[in-house]
Write a protein that binds this ligand. Structure first.
Ligand SMILES: Nc1ncnc2c1ncn2[C@@H]1O[C@H](COP(=O)(O)OP(=O)(O)O)[C@@H](O)[C@H]1O
Ligand code: SF4
Ligand SMILES: [Mg+2]
Length: 316
């Protein structure tokens, strides 16, 4: 399968009152057509910055460098007008919560408004037909009822599915989800994971999901990257990384899962204000913290097909 999105050596620095913030220090990844790619890491590691860079939201007050190829074109060199067209028609951002629904609009109106703004479908009948088809795809047993319902007339799980139907209604080539389960209670999270599971099988969907919730990437993603302090520390197929985590940080994330006893990662996340060539994880690393000398992160070590780790303690 060909690459839909290819990000190469992406670096972003912000400027704050405390100084320069090294939010991304050079990350590279590919998303193939039909692939769901997850980026997992704790708060402040640079996940939202990746989404913003791909969506073109990094303002002029930040430095951005590297390359972001979408369907072969480098977004960082495209003209504003071309970018706007591309973002409107080809990419969609999945809202974090069902609060994004307008309580005064029916689900049908939500879908039709989005279709009007982001597709070529016109005419009341065509719009309604598309909306009903879509609600059917998202497993609503009575699409006509949902079409004319207001959010307050539906359950939380149904609204969650409606939000997803609205996001996917224009068949965007790439859907970006920034912490899609952050504001969901357990029931809604299950509903999200179930819908994602079905989408994976049913449609040719490409998605970038960034999250601090390992359960999401474990259940939903094909490929994953583990990010720490603006750098990837481990990447690979989700199954390989989850079954054979090699970087101490990835291991600590897996140990923090409820099914593994919820042992949180010891210590604090580093400050993004420093940019040194040592391993940022060293103060929290069971191997590194015993050492007096600084561990310099090596270039990636390949431990299997598509499985890469950035750690001195891992041999290829
Ligand atoms: N607009 C901004 N100005 C200054 N610093 C920022 C800005 N946005 C994010 N940061 C900083 O960049 C780093 C990465 O942030 P972010 O991408 O939001 O991480 P995450 O989504 O993983 O929590 C953090 O240190 C954060 O404080
Ligand atoms: S490079 Fe060294 S300090 Fe960093 S995670 Fe690996 S073993 Fe630990
Ligand atoms: Mg974030």
């Amino acid at each position: 399968m060909s690459d839909l999105l290819r990000v190469e050596e992406l670096k972003v620095n912000y400027y704050s009152s405390k100084g320069k913030v090294y939010a991304l220090r050079g990350v590279s990844f590919n998303i193939k057509r039909g692939e769901i790619y997850g980026i997992i890491g704790e708060t402040g590691s640079g996940k939202t910055t990746i989404c913003h860079a791909v969506m073109g939201f990094i303002g002029k007050k930040a430095d951005i460098s590297g390359r972001i190829f979408f369907k072969g074109r480098n977004l960082l060199t495209l003209k504003e007008k071309e970018l706007r067209k591309l973002y409107c028609r080809e990419m969609a951002l999945l809202p974090q919560s069902i609060a994004s629904l307008n309580p005064l609009m029916t689900i049908g109106t939500h879908i039709e408004e989005t279709l009007r703004a982001r597709s070529n479908i016109r005419g009341a009948q065509s719009l309604k037909k598309k909306a009903l088809d879509l609600l059917m795809t998202f497993q609503f047993s009575d699409p006509k009822l949902v079409y004319r319902s207001f959010p307050s007339q539906l359950s939380g799980g149904m609204n969650q599915r409606a939000v997803m139907a609205i996001t996917f209604c224009c068949s965007p080539s790439l859907v970006i989800a920034d912490e899609p389960t952050k504001s969901l209670d357990l029931g809604l999270k299950d509903s999200f994971l179930e819908t994602m599971d079905r989408l994976k099988g049913d449609r040719n969907i490409s998605m970038l999901i960034v999250t601090h919730d390992l359960e999401v990437v474990e259940k939903v993603c094909d490929g994953i990257a583990v990010i720490y302090d603006g750098l990837f520390v481990e990447t690979g197929k989700a199954g390989d990384v989850m079954s054979m985590p090699l970087h101490p940080y990835t291991r600590s994330l897996i140990q923090a899962l409820p099914k593994n006893g919820m042992c949180p990662t010891w210590g604090f996340a580093p400050s993004s204000l420093e940019n040194n060539d040592g391993c940022s994880f060293q103060p929290r690393c069971p191997v590194g913290k015993r050492l007096e000398k600084k561990h310099i992160v090596p270039s990636s070590v390949m431990v299997g097909k598509d499985h890469l780790v950035w750690c001195c303690d891992v041999k290829g």
